[in-house]
Design a protein around this ligand. Structure first.
Ligand SMILES: Cc1cc2nc3c(=O)[nH]c(=O)nc-3n(C[C@H](O)[C@H](O)[C@H](O)COP(=O)(O)O)c2cc1C
Length: 349
């Protein structure tokens, strides 16, 4: 089997995980220049911002990088569900003196589209990764046409087999420890979800394409352990969140650096899909998982004004404090140095 480095065109088999909301091109540039694969998360970018971020990324590195998109099917807005959600949030709107009539419902996150493919074509990124399955075949064909390698996350063996059957070049095995959204796409049943070291070897045995381990890997020993279980490479997110090149907010940084980071949970309150974050007030009081939250990504707009008001008052009670279960590797170190540290026990074969 071709090595992950040969497939992705890099020196080191490490991908800096795309992390929408806490990074832009600067983190990706630093990691790609350090010999790994830097990633640009695009789920929350307008087409104009995508163009700008790609231009900055291209200007910052001559090495390969990854461009990441969500590939969910946008839901049909449902007024009844929106009303249930607004009712659940009503006590908080009163507490913060927010007029719910002024809150505009809207998606907050967009899937990969023909418009995004038009923009990407000029940059021809070497790697394009997806979360929540894959986009339509005609969109994937456009990525292949410029020679882009296609990656996507699997959270079960079944999802890994599905992705392989649909032609991905490598699979990211995303264990339950991982920070941010679960890539789960064939089921909504969270009891199907496996920890990284249960998922990884089973996926490695089930598929022929390279498997990249993600979730809870936070130091050089974790990287070596994943490689010992058959990973062709690793994808690491949380550990990069305190790097100066990340745009992680002050409140989020403080939470990651505190004992609070030892308690994370899966919550659907911030977007409508389960994602792992540090437990905060709204997660304790309404969830962490709630039947009232509308379908992804429609939960976003109802909670956004609470987040803004609370953050202005200096608290993160309503903020999505995404984090994996192992924030112990977060370091305020330049991303290139952190990448070197993470790969320091990799034997180079
Ligand atoms: C703050 C944050 C944001 C994330 N956003 C994305 C994203 O936009 N796209 C994506 O494919 N994965 C996203 N993820 C998940 C990562 O790709 C990856 O699975 C995870 O970071 C690995 O686990 P770790 O955080 O324990 O290293 C995010 C993770 C975090 C922590």
């Amino acid at each position: 089997m071709e090595s992950l480095q040969a497939l992705l065109g890099t020196r080191l088999p490490i991908i800096q995980a795309p992390m929408a909301g806490v990074q832009g091109h600067a983190l990706a540039v630093a990691v790609s220049n350090a010999g790994g694969v830097g990633s640009l998360p695009c789920a929350m970018l307008s087409e104009a911002a995508l163009q700008d971020e790609l231009s900055a990324l291209q200007a910052g590195t001559s090495h390969p990088y990854n461009v990441n998109f969500f590939s969910h099917t946008p839901p049909v807005p449902d007024q009844a569900r929106e009303t249930i959600w607004r009712d659940a949030l009503a006590p908080y709107y009163r507490e913060f003196d927010i007029d719910p009539a002024g809150i505009v419902a809207g998606p907050g996150r967009n899937p990969f589209s023909a418009g995004a493919a038009d923009i990407l074509e000029a940059f021809r990124p070497r790697v394009v990764s997806f979360h929540f399955g894959l986009p339509a075949p005609e969109l994937l064909a456009r990525v292949r046409a410029w020679g882009g390698k296609i990656l996507s996350s699997a959270t079960t063996v079944q999802e890994a087999l599905w992705l392989e059957a649909h032609g991905v070049d490598a699979i990211i095995a995303q264990g339950l420890e991982a920070g941010g959204h679960r890539g789960i796409f064939l089921s909504e049943d969270l009891s199907t979800q496996l920890g990284t070291f249960a998922l990884l070897p089973q996926v490695v045995r089930a598929v022929k394409v390279p498997v990249i381990a993600a979730g809870g890997i936070a130091d050089a020993d974790g990287v070596a352990a994943a490689m010992a279980l058959g990973a062709a490479g690793v994808q690491i997110g949380t550990a990069y969140m305190l790097c100066p090149e990340s745009t992680t907010s002050k409140l989020h940084r403080a939470a990651l650096a505190s004992d609070a980071a030892r308690h994370t949970a899966l919550t659907n309150l911030f977007t409508g899909r389960p994602a792992r974050g540090i437990v905060n007030r709204v997660m304790r009081e309404l969830g962490p998982l709630s039947q009232s939250a509308p379908e992804f990504p429609l939960a976003t707009s109802g909670i956004a004004p609470l987040r803004s008001k609370a953050e202005a008052l200096g608290n993160s009670d309503f903020s999505p404090l995404w984090s994996g279960q192992n924030a112990s590797g977060c370091k305020n170190l330049p991303a290139a140095e952190l990448t070197r540290e993470l790969m320091s026990k990799w034997n180079g074969i």
